[in-house]
Every structure is written in C-alpha cells, then in structure tokens.
Write a protein that binds this ligand. Structure first.
Ligand code: IPE
Ligand code: IPE
Ligand code: MG
Length: 246
C-alpha cells in the first residue's frame, strides 16, 4: 500500500531540501566503483523530482556537490561534473514539459566552463516555468553564501545604498543565493549521517529535520512520502505553546 494517500495535500511542505548522501557506500556494498553509485543516484533524483511535482510541492532544493567536495579525488570530481552535464542535457525536455523552473546555487566560477554555461542556459530556458522550482546546490557551501551576502551588503553600506540600522533579517535574505526561495520546511538527509555538512545554514533555522538510513540510490518515491507523512505528524510551534497553535 502506498503512503501517498496518507499525505494531507493542504499542508504539504512548501520547500523540501535534500542532502543526497550515500552513493559511495551503496556502490561499495556491491563491490562497484563509487562512480557507479553516483550514476545510480541519478535515478533517485529523477524519481524524487517527479514525485514532488506530482504532489504539488512548490520548491525542491537538492544538494549535489559541496564546496568541501572539491577535496575529493580528481577522477571522482571529473566524473561527477560529466554526469551532471549529461543528466541535465537528458532532463531538459522533462523540465520544460513539466513546467519546472531550474535554478542553481553555489560558486559557479569553480565549475568547468562547459558545465557552467550549460547551467546558465537551462536556467534561462526554464525561467518562466511556474509549477515547481528545482534548485540544485552545486559547488555550494552555506558559509561561503553568508560571506558573499555580507560582502554585498557591506558594499552597499559603503556606497550609501543602505544604512546600517536598516540591515535586518529580510535584507540578509535578499542577499543570499536563495533570495527567491522561502525558508526550508523539511530537510531530508539520506545515508544515516546526522549532520548538515554546510548546507543552507540560514534557511533551515526552523526546518523539520528528517534523517533516514536509506542510501541515496535506494531512496524511492515511497521514502519521500514517508518523510512527508512524518513531517505532517509533527507540531511546528515556532516558539509558541501547543495551545496557541491549536
Ligand atoms: C553523495 O554521496 C554524493 C556526493 C556528495 C557528491 P557520497 O559520494 O557522499 O557517498 P558516501 O557518503 O561516500 O557513501
Ligand atoms: C554532503 O555530503 C554533500 C552532498 C550530499 C552533496 P558529503 O558526503 O560530502 O558530506 P560529509 O563529508 O560526509 O559531511
Ligand atoms: Mg557522503
């Protein structure tokens, strides 16, 4: 029996973010190369994007490659960059057909030129789509994002475009890579690790965290439904008392 029927459509999360982890361990268990695990992980991306679109989730953000992942072996990095390019190439039509807006966050300058130009092209091509926004965090680190925002704001203060006393949370929000996104409601991490690994530190301030042991290539639509059902059973109090909420 699918858990899909247990999801209350009126209160689905507005923004789901996923740390897609465990490709390497998935492959190791099968005596395959880590790259084989990454290739397999691609299928999960497809399923999850499809499931979110079907449910009417408005924002999905996927962590694909962190600033720290640049420290991995060169061969693995090259493989991942190629995989991203071919995947995107193959999915462009699906994005368009399903009215999905594609966005990218992270330090694009560090990416191979061919990949970054293609990412920009896909972003432009899908910019008017409005069923769902799919953001891929690539060469992304939350601390770097915050540093970049601080520099941009500092620059504006210096040039008298904004005064110090007017800097508030909303100003900071507007200078983050994710300025077009609402806060994260549900953060999912696969593979059993219970850490954030420098992902969306500001945006998850009040997110519900969901950790599953499933390795990313094994993560299915049903696993996503399970996470959403679990999320919907929680009471989000935002500092208030339970009585105030109900
Ligand atoms: C997640 O899987 C994908 C990326 C970080 C690119 P990993 O490659 O981290 O897999 P494990 O954690 O080694 O199993
Ligand atoms: C986090 O996974 C980054 C992505 C999923 C892209 P890692 O596997 O790199 O994280 P750590 O190093 O185990 O924290
Ligand atoms: Mg990992």
């Amino acid at each position: 029996m699918s858990l899909k029927k247990d999801i209350i459509i009126d209160s689905i999360p507005n923004h789901i973010a996923i740390i897609m982890d465990g490709n390497g361990r998935w492959a190791k268990k099968r005596n395959k190369s880590r790259n084989h695990g990454h290739k397999e992980g691609r299928k999960s991306v497809r399923k999850v994007v499809e499931a979110c679109a079907e449910l009417g989730i408005k924002n999905l953000t996927l962590f694909a490659f962190s600033t720290e992942n640049w420290n991995r072996p060169k061969l693995e990095i090259n493989f991942l960059m190629k995989l991203l390019l071919t995947s995107l190439n193959q999915e462009l039509e699906t994005l368009t057909k399903n009215n999905i807006r594609f966005k990218i966050i992270g330090n694009l300058e560090k990416l191979p030129k061919r990949l970054s130009s293609y990412l920009i092209k896909v972003t432009k091509k899908t910019q008017n789509n409005n069923k769902m926004t799919l953001t891929v965090a690539l060469s992304y680190g939350a601390r770097k994002e915050i540093v970049d925002a601080m520099q941009a704001i500092g620059d504006k203060v210096k040039n008298n475009l904004i005064s110090l006393k007017n800097i508030d949370e909303s100003v900071i929000n507007q200078h983050l890579y994710t300025h077009y996104l609402p806060d994260v409601d549900l953060l999912i991490r696969t593979s059993g690790e219970k850490r954030i690994s420098n992902f969306l530190l500001w945006q998850i301030a009040y997110a519900e965290l969901y950790f599953t042991k499933k390795l990313w290539p094994d993560f299915s639509k049903e696993d996503l439904y399970e996470a959403i059902v679990n999320y919907q059973q929680r009471e989000r109090r935002f500092g208030k008392t339970s009585k105030q909420i109900n």
